[in-house]
Design a protein around this ligand. Structure first.
Ligand code: NAP
Ligand code: FE
Length: 378
């Protein structure tokens, strides 16, 4: 099966479409990160909603890498306003926050831990039908949350997923003017997440020809455009913006693997995309050495990039990390703190639902070793 719930509106000035989308709604709540206010996109969005004849209320200051506590903090404000349309204006963090707020706004009484995938061996309670329409307007080019069925939240420094088609946005508006204002680091971290989404989605056990098409296009776009995008090149940023959503469509269907499982459980160390970029080479080598299927799939990606085989792909990824200035894990966290958390991270990563899709099923010990190698930069 290949599916996509979200209607995608793309192109320069696509933000204007909010005017149409907000028609027939009475109370529109916009959730935004501070940069969207600072760069004037929030006030534009508010104007479009008003022009549509709806009442608008905005909440700003939504933080990056959201936690369950953030949902608890903002939920009362959502309930008080009683919106009939939710608009998420920001990066993956804002979109994920809005998705989770929608769950608890539309279905009060649910508990995060009963509906999230806390452990791949347990079955979370199904999320009931949710009614409030959600429009996602990404300002980064990375998470793919504008089309995905997932919301990723931290609890105790570790990330867990809520996954249900109910939270996949009804509409995604991709306006390439928004990611133009990303600082270089945000563009890099989110942009490398696109690469990881493409590569992981291409190599899971449930990838199909349709998800492959989206994954390959996204991977090729990252290799061709990420560096120019980091320099602020407009065309390159636009390409990266669309590639991000394509990779989102790929993993919506084909899911993700060990690299995301590892970065979710190391979320306390740093930004999501950056951790993924650091772990990816270790995961590729691990998978390729143990699985003929994984080798074949990495070889296919390599050939699409005019490289010989998975080893050359691995090398190209390491070099891309270096050229874009991805730090070593040891530069992000001191050894003692890391070693104290190592066992717990490996255990929790082993229990992450995404492990089931990875081409190789790792043991807890193997995951621990991968974390260690990544730490030592071996
Ligand atoms: P992000 O965490 O949403 O944004 C990082 C920072 O970039 C923000 O703090 C924001 O600063 C700034 N920023 C964003 N857009 C900007 C712009 N246009 N101009 C200037 N500054 C901007 O980054 P992200 O990589 O998109 O999202 C990462 C999150 O997504 C993680 O929590 C990860 O777990 C999640 N994720 C979710 C999925 C999914 O399927 N749901 C998939 C992958 C990752 P201000 O706060 O100052 O505005
Ligand atoms: Fe990701």
């Amino acid at each position: 099966m290949f599916w996509l719930k979200t209607r995608i509106v793309e192109g320069r000035n696509a933000l204007e479409n909010l005017k149409k989308e907000a028609k027939n709604h009475e109370r529109v709540l916009i959730l935004a990160s501070n940069s969207m206010k600072k760069h004037g996109f929030l006030s534009k969005a508010e104007d479009y909603v008003r022009e549509a004849g709806a009442e608008v209320f905005s909440i700003t200051g939504l933080p990056a890498e959201p936690s369950v506590e953030v949902i608890e903090e903002f939920l009362p404000k959502v309930r008080e306003f009683e919106p009939d349309l939710l608009v998420a204006l920001g990066g993956g963090s804002v979109i994920d926050t809005t998705k989770a707020l929608k769950v608890f706004y539309d279905a009060p009484g649910l508990d995060f831990e009963e509906i999230a995938f806390m452990d791949r061996f347990s079955r979370p309670k199904p999320v009931p039908k949710l009614k409030t329409k959600l429009i996602a307007i990404p300002s980064t080019s990375g998470a793919g949350s504008e089309v995905s069925a997932a919301s990723v939240l931290k609890k105790g420094g570790i990330k867990y997923n809520i996954v249900t088609p109910e939270i996949a946005p009804e509409v995604a508006i991709l306006d390439p003017r928004l990611p133009m204002t990303m600082p270089r680091e945000v563009a890099r971290n989110s942009g490398l997440d696109v690469l990881v989404h493409g590569i992981e989605a291409y190599t899971t056990r449930v990838a199909n020809d349709f998800s492959d098409a989206m994954a390959i296009k996204a991977i090729k776009t990252v290799f061709a455009f990420i560096e120019r995008s980091l320099e602020g090149d407009e065309k390159a940023r636009e390409k990266m913006h669309y590639a991000s959503t394509m990779a989102g469509i790929a993993f919506l269907n084909a899911r993700l693997g060990l690299c995301h499982a590892m970065s979710h459980k190391a979320a306390w160390i740093g930004p999501h995309g950056l951790l993924n970029a650091i772990f990816l080479p270790y995961v590729i080598e691990f998978n390729a050495e143990r699985s003929e299927y994984a080798r074949k799939r990495y070889d296919e990606i390599a050939r699409e990039l005019n490289l010989k085989d998975w080893r050359e792909l691995l090398q190209a990824i390491k070099e891309l990390n270096e050229r874009t200035g991805v730090p070593k894990l040891g530069e992000l966290v001191d050894e003692r703190t890391f070693m104290e958390k190592l066992e717990e991270m490996a255990e929790k990563a082993y229990h992450d639902g995404l492990i089931a899709f990875n081409p190789v099923e790792p043991t807890v010990e193997e995951i621990e070793k991968l974390y260690l190698e990544a730490y030592k930069g071996e």
